[in-house]
Each structure stands twice: as C-alpha cells, then as structure tokens.
Design a protein around this ligand. Structure first.
Ligand SMILES: *[C@@H]1O[C@H](CO)[C@@H](O)[C@H](O)[C@H]1NC(C)=O
Ligand SMILES: *[C@@H]1O[C@H](CO)[C@@H](O)[C@H](O)[C@H]1NC(C)=O
Ligand SMILES: *[C@@H]1O[C@H](CO)[C@@H](O)[C@H](O)[C@H]1NC(C)=O
Length: 217
C-alpha cells in the first residue's frame, strides 16, 4: 500500500519540471503586457470608396473576412493609393510606450502581393512595418523573409512595437520570427486585412482575422 503514495509525488514533480521547462523556453509574447479593452467602436473598415462594404467584407462567427481586387478603387476618391479592405484600429492610436497587436490570421492560397497587417504611421515614411504575403511567404515590405508556407492555415500573429526603444518585433505562432528598428514615433495605429502592394499582386486578395486584441506595457 505504501508504494502507491509515491505516484502522486512523481506526478507532481514531473508537472513541476514541465512548468519550469515552459517558463524557460515558452515565454508568451503577451507576458508582462496588459490587455487594452477593444470594442466594435475600435474597428473601422476601409474599403474601395465606390462599393458597399458588404461586397468586400463579412463578419461571421467572430471572423472578419476582407477581400479586394487589383482593379478596385482606393479607399478615398482623393487618394492615389492601392486598393484595400482593411480594419483600422481606431481610438487606440499611440505615439510612445510599448504596444502589441494580436490576432489570428488566415490567407487563402492565391492571394499574393497583399499587406495583411501593418503599423501605420512613422516619423519617416507612412508606415512603421508592413507584413506582406508573396506566394505564401510573409515578408517585411517586399524584402526580408519573415515566415514561409502561410497559405490556408490559421496563424497567430503578435506584433510588438517598442516606440521608446525604437524596435518592432513579429511573432508567428508564439515564436519570434523577425525584429528590426522602427521608423521613429508618429501617429501610430494597427491595421489588418488586405492592401495591395505596388507590384506583383494577384487579382484577388483576401485575409481573415479573428481574436484581435491590443495590449500595452
Ligand atoms: C465558429 O467558430 C468556432 C471556433 O471559434 C468553430 O469551432 C465553429 O465550427 C465555427 N462555426 C461555424 C458555423 O463556422
Ligand atoms: C496553391 O495553389 C496552386 C494552384 O492550384 C497549387 O499548385 C499549389 O500547390 C498551392 N499551394 C499550396 C501551399 O497549397
Ligand atoms: C516580383 O516579380 C519580379 C518578376 O516579375 C521578380 O523578379 C521579383 O522577385 C518579384 N518580387 C517579389 C517580392 O516577389
């Protein structure tokens, strides 16, 4: 009978070492951050100006689905920018501190040359970071490779902007994949959806997003 007593002890010590292992290797990108309340009022849609939202956006079962065509109009008749259907997080613009965007994204095979998430605003240029999908790979603008084989699967994106430290980091499925300098402070805000790149774009572009959260430190 006495030997049975050791089983829970072995189990507990195993659990303890697992916890230790997770603590050492599995830090979550949101550790040390505080979630900022986000409501529908913080979600503003941008879409081709001459088309009703329902023709480029749906919100079903918690998933925002956004799509756009290469020959769509810009979001504003006065703008000369590429077509987009994007969520612009509004009411949570920042200019200092450490901020984080989290969301679960999905890009269908075929969508290429599309910015699927970005931090808008900078001291130099219009954006701090642009995450684009080209042929299933995620790139920093059209340059550095961040992640591969992204089509047709949900991925968790965590985008951390340390404005005071001047750095921005990209986590895919909890793993840090990329980090670089930012472009200086400005009127900063997060976006996700589809925004056509200047070149190498597919005719149809789509991304889906769910579980969008904003955190700060
Ligand atoms: C709704 O989303 C949940 C996951 O959050 C999923 O399990 C379920 O199958 C979805 N339902 C439909 C009708 O898509
Ligand atoms: C995407 O679709 C193309 C054409 O149907 C196919 O050749 C390719 O293997 C697909 N890629 C992935 C990652 O499924
Ligand atoms: C864009 O397409 C050109 C050729 O059409 C190619 O050389 C270039 O590598 C492509 N760029 C990206 C980012 O895929």
């Amino acid at each position: 009978m006495k030997s049975y007593c050791s089983y829970p002890l072995i189990f507990l010590s195993l659990l303890g070492s697992l916890n230790y292992f997770c603590f050492v290797c599995g830090a979550d990108p949101t550790d040390g951050f505080t979630q900022v309340p986000l409501t529908e009022a913080n979600i503003k849609l941008q879409k081709p100006y001459d088309i009703p939202l329902s023709e480029r956006y749906s919100f079903v079962n918690g998933t925002h689905k956004m799509w756009v065509y290469a020959d769509d109009k810009p979001h504003d008749p006065k703008s000369a920018t590429q077509p987009r259907t994007e969520i612009r997080i509004t009411g949570l613009d920042y200019s200092s501190g450490v901020w984080q965007f989290e969301g679960y994204g999905f890009v269908p095979n075929g969508t290429s040359g599309a910015t699927v998430a970005q931090i808008h605003g900078a001291a130099h240029g219009a954006t701090t970071i642009i995450l684009r999908i080209y042929d299933g790979n995620m790139r920093y603008y059209s340059g550095d490779l961040i992640a591969t084989d992204m089509y047709d699967k949900w991925f968790r994106l965590n985008l951390i902007h340390d404005v005071d430290g001047g750095r921005v980091s990209v986590f895919i499925n909890g793993e840090e994949k990329f980090s670089t300098h930012d472009q200086g402070p400005g009127d900063l805000y997060f976006k996700c959806g589809v925004y056509a790149a200047p070149r190498n774009i597919s005719y149809y572009m789509e991304s889906r997003w769910r579980g969008i959260k904003i955190y700060r430190k």
